[in-house]
Design a protein. Structure first.
Length: 503
C-alpha cells in the first residue's frame, strides 16, 4: 500500500563540502551524527523525459530507512509530495496509474542511476525531538540511456521533520550562508544528473519553450485552452487519490475548455474542436457523478442538522449516509475506470495536438479587443435572452429547466470573459465576476431541484422499509422555499447585472 508524505527541503552546494556547526540555530539543542548511509537509486522516465519536464521524479531506491519506490510531485519551491510503495522488482500499478496522464502509452525505462554516500545528522531540540535531517551527499550519477555520461558532486540537503515550522529552514540557511554554503542551482539531484550526464548534443537544451506573450486573438484563446489542458493532466493524480475538491476542479477545467471551443468558433476551427467538445462533455459527465453526490450530501446533511431533534422521524441520518457512501463507492470505481480508459487517454493526446498545432481560422490573427470582445458580447446576449425567458415561465418544472439552461450559459459567458480578461482588462473581469454571481444564484436553484429529487427517492425507500417519511417531506418543503427565494431574488440581481456594460 502506497503512503504519501509531504517533503519540505532545501539543497545547497559548498566548495569544500563542509558543514558548519548548527547547534543553537532555531531551537536546535544538539546535532546527532547518524553515520554514513549508502543509497542506490534508479530513476525511471520515458525516453523523451516527460516526467522530468513536469518536475516529477520516479525512482526505485535501496539503502536507508525508506527503501522502495518513490514518486514525487512538485507542490511549490522546495516542497514535494512523496508517495512511497514497498520495494519490488517492477513498478507498482498504483504508482504507474498516478503518472499515466503524463506517460500515456510510452514505456517507462531506467534513465539515470544515482549512488550516494549520505553522511547524515539529526537536528534535535532539548527534548531530543527531531527537528530536521541534514545530510552531506557525495553523489555519483550515471546516465543509463544511449550516449549518456557520468557526473559526480557533493551537496548538502536539509529536510524538515513532520510538523516543524519552515522558519527553521530560514535560520539554518542563514548559518550556512555565513559559512560560504550557497543554495543549489538545481531543484533536485535528478535534474542535475540529467543536465550533467546528457549527450553533448542535448546539453544545450533548456526544456520546453515557453509560450510567447499573447498578442493576437488566437494567442489569448490558446493561452486559456493550454491552461485548461495543463489543469486536466495535473489534476489526474489527485483525482485518483481522492484528494478533496480535485474532481470538481478537473470537471471545471473540462467545462472551461469546452466552453472556449464553443465561444470562439471564429478563432478555432469547429471541424476539429466540435469532436473534442463531445469528448470533453463525456468526461465532465463522468466526473459529475461523484461531484454531484458530494454537493447533494453536503446540502442535505446541513439541512438535516438544522431540523430540531423532535422533528427527525426515523433513521434519516443513517439512510442519508448509506446513500452517500454507496453512491461514492460506485462513482469512484467507475471514475478510475474512465481515467484508465483508451477513450480518456486518446482525448489527452488530442488536446496535446490542438495545443501543439492549433486549428486557427482567419479571425485568430485579429486584434483581441475586436474578435474576443465580439464573442463575449454574443454569449452575454444569449444569457440575457435565457434569463428573461426563464423569469416569464410560470413556476414549476418548465421554469426549473429554463433557469438551468440560463445557468449553463452564464458559465460559458464567465469562461469567455476569463479568456478575455488578459486582453480587455477590467471590463472583462467585471463581467466574469457578475456571471459567477449569477451562476452561483442559479446554481443554488438547481441544487434545490436535485435535492428535492433525491428526497423523493429516499422517501420512497424509507416508506417501502416501513419507516416514517415525515422528515423527508419537511426537508422537501424547505427546499421548495429556498428555490422560491432564489426566483424572487433573480429579477433584482439581473437588473443590476444587465445595467452594467458587458465589455
Amino acid at each position: 500500500m502506497a503512503e504519501t508524505k509531504r517533503e519540505i527541503e532545501r539543497k545547497y552546494e559548498s566548495d569544500d563540502s563542509g558543514l558548519p556547526d548548527l547547534t543553537g540555530v532555531g531551537g536546535v539543542a544538539n546535532v546527532l551524527d547518524k553515520g554514513v548511509v549508502e543509497l542506490d537509486a534508479t530513476y525511471h522516465d520515458t525516453a523523451d523525459e516527460r516526467l522530468a519536464r513536469s518536475s516529477i521524479t520516479l525512482r526505485r531506491r535501496t539503502g536507508g530507512s525508506d527503501a522502495g519506490w518513490h514518486l514525487k510531485f512538485p507542490v511549490s519551491t522546495g516542497v514535494r509530495d512523496e508517495i512511497q510503495a514497498p520495494l519490488s522488482d517492477t513498478l507498482p500499478e498504483e504508482l504507474a496509474a498516478l503518472v499515466r496522464s503524463r506517460v500515456r502509452d510510452a514505456e517507462l525505462i531506467p534513465v539515470v542511476r544515482l549512488r550516494s554516500a549520505r553522511d547524515l545528522r539529526h537536528l534535535v531540540d532539548a527534548d531530543g525531538t527531531l527537528l530536521a535531517e541534514v545530510s552531506v551527499d557525495a553523489v555519483r550519477a550515471e546516465r543509463l540511456t544511449e550516449g549518456g555520461g557520468t557526473a559526480q558532486w557533493t551537496e548538502i540537503e536539509v529536510e524538515l521533520a513532520d510538523g516543524v515550522e519552515t522558519a527553521l529552514l530560514d535560520k539554518v540557511e542563514k548559518r550556512l550562508r555565513k559559512a560560504g554554503v550557497r543554495p543549489s542551482d538545481s531543484p533536485s539531484k535528478l535534474a542535475r544528473a540529467l543536465a550533467e550526464t546528457a549527450p553533448a548534443k542535448k546539453k544545450a537544451r533548456r526544456g520546453p519553450k515557453r509560450p510567447k506573450a499573447p498578442v493576437t486573438a488566437g494567442d489569448h484563446v490558446l493561452a486559456y485552452v493550454r491552461a485548461q489542458r495543463d489543469a486536466i493532466v495535473e489534476l489526474d493524480p489527485a483525482v485518483r487519490q481522492d484528494v478533496e475538491d480535485s474532481v470538481h476542479k478537473m470537471r471545471v477545467a473540462t467545462r472551461r475548455m469546452r466552453s472556449t471551443f464553443r465561444s470562439f468558433r471564429k478563432v478555432l476551427d469547429r471541424t476539429v474542436t466540435d469532436r473534442l467538445g463531445v469528448e470533453l462533455k463525456w468526461l465532465a459527465a463522468e466526473l459529475g457523478l461523484d461531484r454531484d453526490r458530494e454537493v447533494l450530501t453536503e446540502r442535505l446533511t446541513a439541512a438535516l442538522d438544522e431540523v430540531p431533534a423532535e422533528l427527525v422521524s426515523g433513521p434519516v441520518h443513517e439512510r442519508l449516509q448509506l446513500w452517500a457512501n454507496a453512491s461514492h463507492r460506485g462513482a469512484r470505481s467507475r471514475l478510475i475506470g474512465v481515467l484508465d480508459s483508451r477513450r480518456y487517454l486518446t482525448l489527452l493526446d488530442d488536446l496535446d495536438a490542438v495545443v501543439a498545432a492549433p486549428p486557427l481560422l482567419e479571425a485568430a490573427a485579429g486584434k483581441p479587443e475586436k474578435v474576443i470582445a465580439k464573442a463575449v458580447r454574443k454569449d452575454f446576449a444569449k444569457v440575457s435572452d435565457l434569463v428573461e425567458q426563464g423569469m416569464e415561465v410560470p413556476p414549476g418544472h418548465d421554469r426549473d429547466l429554463a433557469l438551468h439552461d440560463a445557468r449553463k450559459k452564464a458559465k460559458r459567458t464567465r469562461y469567455a470573459a476569463e479568456t478575455a480578461t488578459p486582453a480587455l482588462g477590467d471590463p472583462a473581469a467585471a463581467l466574469a465576476k457578475s456571471m459567477k454571481s449569477l451562476q452561483s444564484l442559479l446554481g443554488d436553484h438547481q441544487d434545490s431541484v436535485m435535492a428535492r429529487q433525491t428526497l423523493r427517492e429516499l422517501s420512497a425507500v424509507a416508506h417501502a422499509a416501513g419507516e416514517s417519511a415525515f422528515t423527508y417531506g419537511l426537508l422537501y418543503g424547505r427546499e421548495e422555499r429556498r428555490a422560491a427565494a432564489v426566483e424572487e431574488e433573480l429579477p433584482g440581481v439581473w437588473r443590476e447585472i444587465k445595467g452594467g456594460a458587458p465589455v
